[in-house]
Design a protein around this ligand. Structure first.
Ligand code: GLN
Length: 546
């Protein structure tokens, strides 16, 4: 098979949660910084067609791409590291693979053959890996295989990797195996045996790892590296230590120090050069040397889960670095907030973000928090459900529509200020049917957001079913909450603001998905700045008054 694209497969061994996504993104960054056009793909072995139907307890945040794909959160890392948009083709699940094979079978495309895992499922996997570079846009495609080697559900993927390695030939495809070297404190030793077994499991499927990236809490001594090399059929230079880092943004430099990029490029027969990480390192230096700090409350109902608001937390890191300020994010569970405790729980904060979400649980706490924030001039950013709750709070407490609600929460509410779009009403399937992906928005002159974006038209990513109900727009605007961003085609309200407040913005879209190291999202940058200003000036005045 003639191809100029090089393929790197990343598999995981011993345990899950080793950070394959970060290693893949860090390697991609080092290759991109040497001029190689690089993209990353994630193959997920579960049977859901996409993670859109998984709740955050199962799978963390659902990341949304410009083309409206609901994807694995690792795609967020890819975009944040590379500053290149991903698409549906960058995330494939077993569900999607089987769905397309079964659809082909129904169309009779297999011409009477028995449809089997090998070759039909594996061919579909190989096709999905190679189709990513259909347009010849990339020099290198990195494919991360979700799950752990040895899992039953990973087997077709490992088989597809074996076949592709063979089809593509030496120097065109390599396998990086990410593994764990546990430290037994009772023995005071790092142990290689689990890695030996996991490399052996990979070999049982006919796949030899070319590079071992070893996650460890302690430095790997030379003798342990030689032992791993000898037992695992891997050259010593290809034993790469990945020691725990204080921030994921350190990992590209750690991999550079270990020579991961050099060994990979050598195996792929490509030239290596010194990567240009100037901009990356400038970001790191600003991130690590803040001149001041602010505390921002993140109010949501999944706050106990590290991964459920991943893109929001990362966007605060990017925007904090941009403002040279350390952003302490304090997670606040909306279920435990009420009118009596909001002052106690929120008055020390310099800004408050009310998070996206689905369903009724915890929404009254969000509404109580927004009332407090609005009345006390604390900078506020509401994202998706957070924006919808701001509209409900305003309608209830300023317009006096005491039972205003979203029809998502109370179907029969007499004031449905947030309601389903007409075209959503007949939809019954849950998967992939929300308003998804990039939609444009026209911004009104003289608004906070015009000042933030410095553009009249923006494109932002959406993931929701419910919308601001335009029947209430006139009433709400007359009372002081303005719709400052509208969808130019449908007139749907995408942004609301309260001009009499210090900084109060609600957005129906998800700005967090588009924040990257190279391009911190302007709305987060402005929100963090507003929190800084509030801390410096207004907090004292407001608190003195109350
Ligand atoms: N549940 C709301 C809707 O579907 C908000 C969704 C979100 O916050 N992503 O409209």
């Amino acid at each position: 098979m003639a191809t100029s694209t090089k393929y790197i497969f990343v598999t995981g061994g011993v345990t899950s949660s080793l950070g394959k996504g970060i290693i893949a993104a860090s390697l991609a960054k080092l290759l991109q910084a040497q001029g190689y056009r690089t993209t990353i793909q994630k193959l997920d072995p579960y049977i859901n067609v996409d993670p859109g139907t998984l709740n955050p307890y199962e799978h963390g945040e659902c990341y949304v791409t410009d083309d409206g794909a609901e994807t694995d959160l690792d795609l967020g890392h890819y975009e944040r590291f590379l500053n290149v948009p991903t698409s549906q083709a960058n995330n494939v699940t077993t569900g999607r693979i089987y769905q397309s094979v079964i659809e082909k079978e129904r169309r009779g495309e297999f011409l009477g053959k028995t449809v089997q895992v090998i070759p039909h499922i594996t061919d579909e996997i190989k096709h999905r890996i190679q189709i990513l570079d259909n347009a010849g846009d990339y020099d290198i495609v990195i494919t991360e295989i979700g799950g752990t080697v040895g899992d039953i559900e990973s087997l077709p993927y490992i088989e597809a990797v074996r076949q592709l390695k063979w089809d593509l030939g030496e120097n065109n495809a390599i396998v990086i195996h990410l593994t764990l070297i546990p430290y037994l404190s009772a023995a005071g030793e790092l142990k290689t045996k689990p890695t030996q077994h996991s490399v052996k499991t990979l070999m049982e499927s006919g796949v030899q790892a070319d590079v071992l990236v070893c996650r460890t809490e302690h430095e790997l001594p030379e003798d342990l590296r030689s032992k791993l090399a000898k037992f695992c059929n891997v050259r010593e230079e290809a034993i790469i230590q990945s020691i725990d880092a204080s921030t994921i943004y350190d990992v590209p430099n750690l991999m550079l120090d270990e020579g991961l990029d050099t060994v990979v490029l050598k195996k792929l027969g490509l030239n290596s050069d010194t990567p240009n990480l100037t901009q990356w390192n400038e970001f790191l230096s600003r991130h690590k040397n803040p001149k001041s700090e602010v505390t921002i409350g993140l109010i949501g109902k999944y706050v106990e889960l590290q991964d459920s608001y991943k893109s929001i937390l990362e966007a605060f890191i990017h925007s904090g670095a941009e403002n040279e300020v350390s952003v302490n994010v304090e997670s606040i569970h909306s279920e435990y907030l009420n009118a009596n405790n909001v002052k106690f729980k929120l008055s020390h904060l310099d800004g408050i973000l009310v998070a996206p979400g689905f369903g009724e649980r915890g929404i009254e706490g969000k509404i109580d928090a927004i009332k407090y924030v609005r009345e006390n001039n604390i900078p506020f950013l509401g994202i998706c459900l957070g924006m919808q709750m701001a509209v409900i709070e305003f309608s209830r407490n300023v317009l006096g529509l005491t039972d205003a609600n979203s029809t998502e929460m109370v179907h029969e509410t007499s004031h449905p200020v947030i309601d389903l779009m007409e075209e959503q009403k007949s939809i019954t399937d849950k998967g992939g049917t929300m308003r998804l992906g990039a939609w444009s928005c026209s911004i009104k002159d003289g608004s906070i957001v015009k000042d933030v974006y410095k553009q009249s038209t923006i494109e932002e990513r959406h993931r929701h079913r419910y919308e601001f109900n335009n029947d209430y727009k006139q009433q709400i605007e007359a009372a002081g909450m303005l719709a400052t961003g509208l969808n130019p085609d449908t007139d749907l309200v995408e942004i609301v603001e309260i001009p009499s407040h210090s900084w109060f913005v609600g957005v129906q879209y998800h700005p967090e998905y588009k924040s990257t190291v190279a391009n911190p999202h302007p709305l987060f940058v402005a929100f963090v700045k507003a929190a800084q200003n509030y801390k410096k000036n207004e907090k004292n005045v407001t608190m003195a008054r109350s």
